[in-house]
Design a protein. Structure first.
Length: 363
């Protein structure tokens, strides 16, 4: 195991390293690259991307940062089972199942149906191949099933909120902002004027919002709604960032104040389309163009819509000549899945459903 003090957050605030367990899972820092082909093609000469898809060779993406803290905390409490929830194709659930299994912990997840896509199949197959217990639910049954699994089992599981979104997990993206600061200081990219983030469960954005402030960066956060408009609001993001800051200061009172408000972030709602996980033609077209020019893969639920929102934001405000950084949260699973997985009947039936038509354009 690498020394926890190696991450920039712990280097900046050593007391946190002594008080917060962390289990290294990812490969840091993740690369920042200039989109030298895609950017100029869209009149954006200073467009960069933070490659969170490179956080792990097999099972990466943005969720790995938070899992380093969540799974370490679970281990410190001698947990043997993780309980979480999400949509059927949840990247969080699949990555939790894999990384928890490597640490000797079983994952149980309560899942809600969502529009079918190839990444949904891959995430369900991965979690199933690891032996995770996947429990189907709907809007009426999800709370009773979570309650029963959490409180009426022989051994209380370690509960992780949807998306792994807790103040503890947000520390992973507070650290990411300090990591970005080091990359700017090293000359990997100019200091960005704007950072664009998909808004799903909000943990990535909340952690970055706080981290940007503590690291002394001047970039403005722009969140693009990819989950639910009623949920992904500036005030909710700030409340989560404030809770993360309170956790940090409780453990290390020397951490400076960071006053945040809803005016510190722009939230773009116009790229969501018909709803969560329902692909849109304009965002898929952009994702295809990005892959053609840069060989970087996006998904239709989060990153493609966030890219569309980012480009619209830039065009609407005539910001083409400013420095922009896109936070790429998706990672297409690279793990070879066995063909003889024994699937729960509901999963076997579900994954046989046809994918939404636009999904084929991202394969």
């Amino acid at each position: 195991m690498s020394d926890p003090a190696e991450i920039p957050l712990f280097a900046a605030f050593p007391a946190l390293a002594r008080r917060i367990p962390r289990r290294p899972l990812g490969q840091w820092p993740t690369l920042v690259t200039h989109l030298a082909n895609f950017g100029p093609a869209h009149n954006l000469p200073h467009l960069y991307i933070k490659r969170e898809d490179l956080s792990h060779p097999d099972c990466g993406g943005n969720k790995v940062r938070g899992l380093e803290f969540l799974l370490a905390d679970a281990q410190s409490r001698s947990a043997t089972t993780i309980l979480t929830m999400g949509a059927a194709g949840s990247h969080h659930v699949a990555r939790t199942a894999l990384h928890a299994a490597k640490l000797g912990m079983h994952t149980t997840a309560v899942l809600l149906r969502q529009p079918m896509a190839e990444y949904v199949r891959r995430n369900l197959l991965l979690a199933s191949s690891i032996g995770a217990t996947l429990v189907p639910a709907n809007a009426l049954t999800i709370i009773p099933r979570l309650f029963a699994l959490r409180y009426f089992t022989a051994h209380r599981p370690y509960f992780i909120a949807p998306g792994g979104t807790t103040p503890l997990a947000c520390l992973g993206h507070v650290n990411a902002a300090f990591e970005l600061k080091a990359q700017i200081d090293r000359g990997d990219l100019p200091a960005p004027d704007f950072i664009y983030v998909p808004l799903g469960s909000l943990g990535t954005c909340a952690g970055l919002l706080l981290g940007v402030k503590l690291a002394g960066l001047t970039a403005r956060l722009v969140g693009v709604v990819t989950s639910y408009r009623w949920y992904a609001t500036p005030s909710r993001i700030v409340r989560l960032a404030d809770k993360t800051h309170a956790l940090m200061r409780r453990l290390d009172p020397a951490i400076p104040d960071a006053r945040l408000s809803a005016t510190d972030i722009d939230v773009i709602t116009t790229s969501l389309g018909p709803g969560y996980a329902q692909f849109t033609a304009d965002s898929v077209e952009l994702a295809r163009d990005l892959f053609t020019r840069e060989q970087i893969e996006f998904d239709g639920t989060y990153t493609a819509k966030a890219l569309a929102g980012a480009l619209n934001f830039i065009a609407d405000r005539s910001l083409a000549n400013r420095a922009h950084l896109f936070w790429h949260t998706y990672h297409r699973l690279k793990i070879a899945l066995p063909s003889n997985i024994t699937l729960a009947p509901w999963i076997a039936s579900y994954i046989r459903e046809p994918a939404q038509p636009l999904d084929q354009q991202l394969q």
